[in-house]
Design a protein around this ligand. Structure first.
Ligand code: ZN
Length: 420
């Protein structure tokens, strides 16, 4: 009876702690994906606001600063779309993010232009394209490039995509899913991707207004804090997650980035809370929320080139990105490169039944772990799989993020770090 009572009490405490963690996690993800943070890009200072918010959470969680600041500043250049954004085909107004995306490297453009549709049946030869260009045929025109049914894109399609013909802009047709990215360069013509169901050959004109601005030397920052190790303070483990995302597309639309990577930041903050308030680590743990990951792993590159502690003292880096799902387990990038650590991770997972499966990959430049391994520091990058399909689009929202294996992943990472 007494035993059962204690067991129930234990269950209750562990359940309460669990739901506290989920409440905190949801709060962090809701906050970072809210309109105030503008998709955590360069537009409206969204990235900067997010960095400030994370630094506040670092402080609340009791992390310490290097050189009296949580911020490590750096600059980069980025192409952005702020202000008015309108696209219509004839009289039909398209919806940004649903019907179309402005390509990350698009230039500024405004006006009404004729549409010319090129597909597998009517794409001109290289010679014909040259002739048409010399006759100024493409002035005031937008080229729709439809590669449906094209087995191997010939040179004409390449030339059209590069717009060497000097059209006002090009339109690429997307059959599956609109997926946005960022660009640190830009073109002097308009580039749109439109979903196939939102465009057809009956449309004769496009009217558009794209306010593109290229920001040179935009100031960004990594957010860095640490908790000192009780036994080996000069030995370091890095836990990281990028906090930036794709920002805005026009004044109305922003990319919330709930899974990518508000979820990873929430994991990072939960781990910070754990190691400061519940179980001090034996080695020093450095927590890094990287900036400018989406623009090309820029924040982590800067860190590796300007590390706050010498890189050879970093035992291991565990980078977290896309932590909001997990029904299909996890992938460990670099799992195939570091078999000893991967074996340990698998053992911990099997012993505790945390995730249904953990898969491994070789190296990939797909998140912030990359520059560490390139510079001789062992690193894992974990992302969870299954559940939602939203990725780099307007649908990556907190409301539909399931957090299926968030708690299990937290325990997995904690147990793994404790053994390092
Ligand atoms: Zn990401």
């Amino acid at each position: 009876m007494r035993k059962a009572g204690i067991f129930l009490l234990f269950q209750l405490i562990s359940f309460t702690l669990f739901s506290q963690k989920i409440d905190y996690t949801r709060k962090i993800i809701d906050t970072l994906t809210s309109e105030y943070f503008s998709g955590r890009g360069a537009a409206d200072g969204g990235e900067k606001k997010a960095a400030k918010f994370i630094a506040k959470e670092f402080k609340k969680n009791g992390l310490k600063e290097f050189d009296n600041t949580f911020f490590q500043k750096f600059t980069y250049s980025i192409n952005t779309f702020q202000g008015e954004l309108n696209v219509s085909l004839d009289d039909v107004k398209l919806i940004a993010g649903k019907d179309y995306l402005v390509d990350a490297s698009s230039g500024k453009i405004r006006g009404t232009f004729q549409l010319v549709w090129y597909n597998k049946d009517n794409v001109p030869s290289k010679k014909q394209l040259k002739k048409l260009t010399s006759r100024n045929f493409f002035a005031n025109k937008f080229i729709v490039i439809d590669v449906a049914g094209v087995e191997k894109e010939n040179e004409s399609f390449h030339l059209l995509k590069l717009n060497v013909i000097g059209a006002e802009g090009i339109i690429l047709i997307e059959d599956v899913k609109l997926t946005q990215h960022l660009s640190t360069t830009y073109n002097d013509f308009g580039i749109l991707t439109i979903k196939r169901e939102s465009i057809n050959r009956d449309f004769k004109t496009i009217t558009l207004e794209i306010n593109q601005s290229f920001i040179r030397d935009y100031e960004s920052q990594n957010v860095i804090g640490y908790v000192e190790g009780t036994e080996y303070p000069d030995s370091f483990i890095v836990l990281s997650a990028h906090y930036d995302h794709l920002g805005k597309m026009g004044s109305e639309v922003y990319f919330p980035g709930a899974n990518d990577n508000a979820s990873g930041v929430a994991m990072l903050l939960n781990l910070a809370d754990h190691y400061t308030h519940k179980e001090p680590p034996t080695k020093t743990i450095i927590f890094i929320a990287f900036g400018a990951e989406e623009a090309g792993l820029i924040g982590s590159k800067y860190f590796v080139e300007n590390p706050t502690v010498s890189l050879d003292k970093i035992n291991f880096v565990f980078n977290m990105d896309l932590m909001g799902t997990g029904s299909e387990g996890a992938m460990i990038v670099n799992g195939a490169i570091f078999p000893y650590q991967f074996k340990n991770l698998l053992r911990i997972n099997t012993e505790n039944d945390y995730l249904p499966v953990i898969k491994k990959r070789g190296k990939a430049a797909n998140s912030d772990h990359y520059w560490f391994t390139e510079n001789g520091v062992p690193a894992f990058f974990i992302y969870l799989m299954g559940g939602i399909k939203a990725y780099h689009d307007v649908d990556d929202v907190s409301k539909t993020l399931p957090l299926t294996k968030f708690e299990a992943s937290f325990r997995l990472i904690r147990d793994f770090v404790d053994e390092l």
